[in-house]
Design a protein around this ligand. Structure first.
Ligand code: SAH
Ligand code: SF4
Ligand code: F3S
Length: 491
């Protein structure tokens, strides 16, 4: 006699690293016989993969946990687990604020999830699996306690089988003063290039066409082979480039100071390398950058932009900004406005500073910019960026671009299958929507651009297969949040 199917629910917040971790955790539980369901209250195991980068991301999880308190009381056999960055950083607080949680598993311990679920079911005792804090041991010991979680891939766990994130690095050693990531993800460690190449080869064999290499500072990737040889990101991209079936190689997120010429040369020379760089600057004011400990100046960032554009003609560049960081005066903020105005980023992700307990900035500086000022600065910066994005998009009207079609757009999702509105990305990571048949999903297609909004290019497919064709109505403007899909390491 078999048991009924065991069911699993997972909610994921945070960056691509978390999206990948969730894919892998779900894959490993499926191998144990679990089936994914989309309603938490219908699941035997309920997991939250958490983010701590801003307070809001944490509060969202505590509210969701609070809503499950009664369900857990009435169904004590359900296993409720908190995974990821908040688990690693705040296990005590999770225990205090959500005592009904059965399992707290940090980012460096995810391989143990199936075993811990079983342990909770067997013993009914809460289970904790965490790596060491950055100051809780010698460097080697702390590093060893964060294990890269790289089990076999399961294509059915990804939104599309033809696109995949591939982890090339875990952790971060930059210690920007506002940021929790070095604490939640541990020391920077680069994966062995042979393992990465083998994973990409396996993915390609299963029909994956686009790999996005991910790391918190992906361009700092370096692997010392121990015999004097060192592999850099550029070397890795060239090796992946040789894999038949792989058509596009992306990488996020770049650290400005580590944008070396060998990498830019590889991006220019290798046709499969996506001509897009996400290189967050955070602020346009040197005093602020210094307090953030970003290790570069606005001048050197400008030089990096100039060098990137010179070396890789037509490259699209995007950035992240934090507004309202401690001590950011109106004058400092205007320098950021000027930098956005002149830098012509493809798009920018703008965040209001969120003080994070345990970080240097929170210890040393007061969070002295009022919320309304942060909000206004956020809106002002976004307005400048949106004008630039619109200008960039309008310049593309009349051109023909190669689009890897990802699936129905937000509008298309509400249309019946067949010919409907589809969305995809160009080789410069621009979002394009157009009408086409579902069977085109996963293909690369030439699309002629006819219209533009700040977030989206609208076009017509150059193929006989489209059916219907024609221009997409203006009402079909996509939700701006769609700009986030497949984008950089952020929440
Ligand atoms: N490793 C990436 C970023 C990881 S976090 C990098 O260094 O670029 C993603 C983004 O969140 C950051 O680029 C930053 O803009 C924002 N961020 C990080 N900590 C923050 C905080 N305390 N408050 C507000 N935004 C923050
Ligand atoms: Fe590392 Fe990026 Fe955080 Fe800086 S902002 S500490 S580089 S993850
Ligand atoms: Fe962790 Fe990514 Fe958030 S590394 S803190 S989930 S942005």
């Amino acid at each position: 006699m078999h048991d009924r199917t065991k069911t699993l629910f997972i909610e994921t917040v945070g960056c691509q690293m978390n999206v990948l971790d969730s894919e892998l955790v779900v894959g490993s539980l499926r191998r144990e016989g679990y089936e994914l369901v989309h309603d938490a209250t219908a699941a035997d195991v309920i997991l939250f993969n958490t983010c701590s980068v801003r307070a809001h991301a944490e509060e969202k999880i505590y509210s969701a946990l609070g809503r499950l308190r009664r369900h857990k009381r009435e169904n004590p056999e359900v296993v409720l687990g908190v995974l990821g960055c908040m688990a690693q950083k705040d296990q005590e607080e999770v225990r205090r604020r959500a005592p009904h949680v059965d399992m707290v598993v940090g980012t460096g311990q995810l391989a143990r999830v199936p075993e811990l679920v079983e342990e909770v079911q067997r013993t009914r005792e809460p289970q904790y699996a965490l790596s060491l804090g950055r100051a809780d041991g010698g460097k080697h010991e702390v590093t060893a306690s964060f294990e890269s979680f790289d089990p076999p891939r399961d294509a059915s766990m990804r939104p599309t089988p033809f696109q995949a994130y591939v982890r090339i690095q875990i952790g971060c050693d930059k210690f920007c003063t506002y940021c929790v990531v070095p604490a939640t993800r541990g020391p920077e460690q680069s994966r062995h290039p042979d393992h990465i190449v083998a994973e990409c080869r396996q993915l390609a064999g299963e029909g994956c066409k686009e790999v996005t290499l991910i790391g918190q500072t992906v361009n700092s990737y370096k692997f010392d082979h121990g015999d004097g040889r060192r592999s850099r990101l550029s070397d890795l991209i060239s090796r992946i480039h040789d894999i038949p079936g792989i058509e596009r190689i992306k990488f996020v997120t770049n650290f400005p100071k580590d944008m070396t010429d060998d990498l830019l040369d590889a991006v220019r020379e290798l046709p499969k390398a996506v001509k897009y760089l996400h290189v967050p600057v955070q602020s346009g004011c040197d005093d602020v950058l210094k307090r953030m400990k970003r290790l570069y100046t606005v001048g050197s960032y400008r030089d990096m932009l100039h060098r990137s554009r010179e070396k890789v003609p037509g490259v699209a560049i995007s950035s992240d900004f934090i507004v309202g960081f401690c001590g950011e005066s109106e004058k400092s903020f205007h320098k950021t406005m000027d930098l956005v105005q002149e830098s012509k980023f493809k798009n920018s992700f703008i965040f209001k500073y969120s003080p994070r307990p345990g970080t240097k900035a929170d210890d040393l500086h007061a969070d002295d910019i009022p919320e309304e000022v942060k909000k206004r600065r956020n809106n002002d910066l976004l307005a400048v960026q949106n004008l630039n994005s619109l200008e960039d998009h309008k310049r593309r009207i009349g051109s023909t671009v190669e689009v890897l079609i990802e699936g129905p757009s937000k509008v298309g999702e509400r249309q019946p299958a067949g010919v409907r509105q589809l969305t995809g990305r160009t080789m410069t990571d621009h979002i394009v929507v157009f009408d086409g048949h579902d069977r085109l999903i996963g293909q690369t297609l030439k699309v002629h651009i006819r219209e533009a909004s700040p977030f989206t290019l609208y076009g017509v497919a150059e193929t006989g297969e489209v059916g219907g064709g024609g221009l997409i109505p203006r009402s079909a403007v996509m939700d701006p949040s769609s700009q986030r899909r497949g984008l950089p390491l952020l929440s």
